[in-house]
Design a protein around this ligand. Sequence first.
Ligand SMILES: Cc1cc2nc3c(=O)[nH]c(=O)nc-3n(C[C@H](O)[C@H](O)[C@H](O)COP(=O)(O)OP(=O)(O)OC[C@H]3O[C@@H](n4cnc5c(N)ncnc54)[C@H](O)[C@@H]3O)c2cc1C
Length: 406
Amino acid sequence: MVKNIVILGAGFAGLKVTQDLTKKLKDPNYNITLIEKSDVHLYRADLYEVATAFNQKITKECLTKLRNTIATPITELVDTNRVKLIKDEVVKIKSREILLKKGKPVKYDYLVVALGSITNYFKIPGLEKYSLPLKDIQDGIAINCHLDQHLQSLWEKKSQKEVNIVIGGGGATGVETATELTSAYKKLCKKYDYPYKKIHIHIIEGQKMLGGMDAKGTKIIKARLKELNVKVHFKSFITKVTAKEITIKDAPEKLPYDILIWTGGVKSNPVVGSKPIEVRPTLQSKDAPSIFAAGDNAFYPDPQNPKQRLPMLARTAFDQGSLIAENIIRNIKGKKLKNYKHASLIYILPLGGRFALLKTQKHLISGRLIWYLRRLIFLKYSLAILPFWKGLRKWAHGTKIFTEND
Ligand SMILES: Cc1cc2nc3c(=O)[nH]c(=O)nc-3n(C[C@H](O)[C@H](O)[C@H](O)COP(=O)(O)OP(=O)(O)OC[C@H]3O[C@@H](n4cnc5c(N)ncnc54)[C@H](O)[C@@H]3O)c2cc1C
């Protein structure tokens, strides 16, 4: 009897499982189904570049080009002769079947849960209503348009007021966005003849660390932020947001703002539950061995700190997707499943313009070369998921657009 392998989500993990199964599982007795709500697969690591890229004119064509830097139609990535692609939203995972928003339920024998995470607003009053999130491609495009329109409207009113751009959250996304905004605003200010000295970029961060780094890394980031004139409010918790002001716990005054970008956290996808799925070393769910979970949806203990999960990173999701494809095939063939081995990763944090910081277990190195190294990582990824020329073109296209304001 034909069996169904169903993959939920075409992000870093889900796409990798689908592509590997397509290549390695030729047995027609196994159907492969991929369910994804979006038309595109997204390279989220460069969302901050999309949010801050410079456009001489905001046109539909220009925004499509911008979107194509990091978003790739799933139909270009998946062999639809082998994979049944369902564009729909998963609303519930049941034992043996998946419920969808629009379509009929889908039965599964093997399930891969790779739906990623969602923005966490921590129930802070006004935050979701008044801030711009940075999680999906439409968020990046919306921020990009908003920055332009905001300055355009000041130029139209002939206003030269002080402008406060606030980034909520000083993790990696917050820091890379804030630093790149300085380059973006230099260009935008020229475009609208606005004095750059009137633009103030702030980061509001609850802890003392920045960019997901330790004290040493934070020191380098602080120096870079100082050089770029980005103000950091450490140990500051946002407690309320209104249309014009941010209330920060214990701060004597409210912070007025023009644009608030929220990068302060993500949480488990509600379809998966309030917590990620606890997995065995084989990445099978502890509760149901025919269900595998990967990436942001999998709770896999961090070898450095076993009470914590592994950091939510693209490379982890990609590697776990690769192992899950292999383990499904092993299971079908009656072979012993392999355990996930977490490789210690290098981590690169862009810090505005062509400058970035690299962190390994032993080293911290910063500079222009590191920024180029990060672009090479995207090239490697593009070539892994796309045919050679398409992958190369995508990389070159993004590099051209992203370096225009550096
Ligand atoms: C702004 C930002 C910057 C980041 N930068 C970096 C970085 O520099 N380096 C790094 O390593 N990591 C980075 N990350 C983290 C990294 O992107 C995630 O850890 C990674 O994407 C997780 O992969 P995944 O496959 O679990 O989920 P995702 O890649 O998020 O994929 C989930 C997929 O599921 C789909 N989906 C969600 N819900 C449903 C539903 N109900 N029905 C159907 N489909 C659904 C989504 O559309 C998406 O395609 C960043 C994340 C963000 C948000």
